[in-house]
Design a binder for this molecule. Structure first.
Ligand SMILES: [Zn+2]
Length: 238
């Protein structure tokens, strides 16, 4: 599986997932169809599947145009309001690209319909707006309990699992992480690396389960109460 970011809007990443053996290409969370079609056509990768992690328009806004342009079917959370959805996904369902199998887990919190796609063999997970590098999504619909559990599930995956998040929020998250855990040397060191990468205009993703366990204050929170306190502090952190 080859995975390529397609930047969209101010800070979204739409992920193109290509399987050479089958010639299939899936697109994860196409908020906008145009940059996806541009990148896919440039690479000679016709889009054959569309996968959504949750209903938010910056993740699904390109669904219908992409489906119209490519004929690709749309798979997304069964419980969400997903434009053009052909296949509803719930806990335990699977998506497939060539011989690669992605397992669906439900990770409510940011929204109630949010799912993640876990490719266990490949050690790859598409996590949408649930977990970000050194941060997590805002709680628009779910409770702190739900989000805390969702983050624990994702970071319970093997340490070398690469996590593909849907936004470039790492620098602002890293600043908050250092503020939240001033004694964490690994976090401080990672902030330095992230600053350098962003100065050079580089993408900071994917992250890994191992790195998140070491530096993500929301993952490292010992309980729901501490998690909730951190989440509301981050909402107003500047
Ligand atoms: Zn969202």
């Amino acid at each position: 599986m080859e995975i390529v970011p397609v930047p969209a809007f101010t800070d979204n990443y739409i992920w193109l997932v290509h399987d050479d053996a089958s010639g299939e290409t899936a697109v994860v969370d196409p908020g906008d169809a145009r940059p996806v079609l541009g990148e896919a056509q440039g690479r000679g990768w016709p889009v054959t599947q569309i996968w959504n992690t949750h209903w938010h328009p910056d993740h699904t806004g390109g669904n219908l145009a992409l489906k119209q342009a490519t004929g690709a079917p749309i798979s997304g959370p069964a419980s969400g309001n997903i434009p053009g959805r052909d296949v509803g996904l719930s806990e335990g369902d699977e998506v497939r690209i060539g011989s690669h199998v992605g397992r669906v887990i439900e990770v409510p919190g940011h929204t109630l319909d949010h799912i993640a796609l876990i490719f266990d063999q490949e050690r790859i997970a598409f996590v949408g707006d649930t977990l970000f590098a050194m941060g997590c999504g805002r709680l628009f619909e779910g409770t702190p309990e739900q989000m805390y559990k969702s983050l624990q599930r994702l970071t319970g995956l093997p340490g070398d699992t690469r996590l593909y998040c849907a936004h470039e929020y790492t620098l602002s998250n890293a600043k908050f992480a250092v503020h939240a855990e001033p004694g964490n040397g690994i976090t401080a060191e990672r902030l330095g690396r992230v600053e350098a990468m962003r100065e050079q205009g580089k993408i900071t993703l994917p992250t890994s389960v191992e790195e998140e366990r070491a530096t993500n204050p929301f993952v490292r929170a010992p309980d729901v109460a501490k998690f909730a306190e951190l989440r509301s502090a981050k909402d107003s952190f500047r």
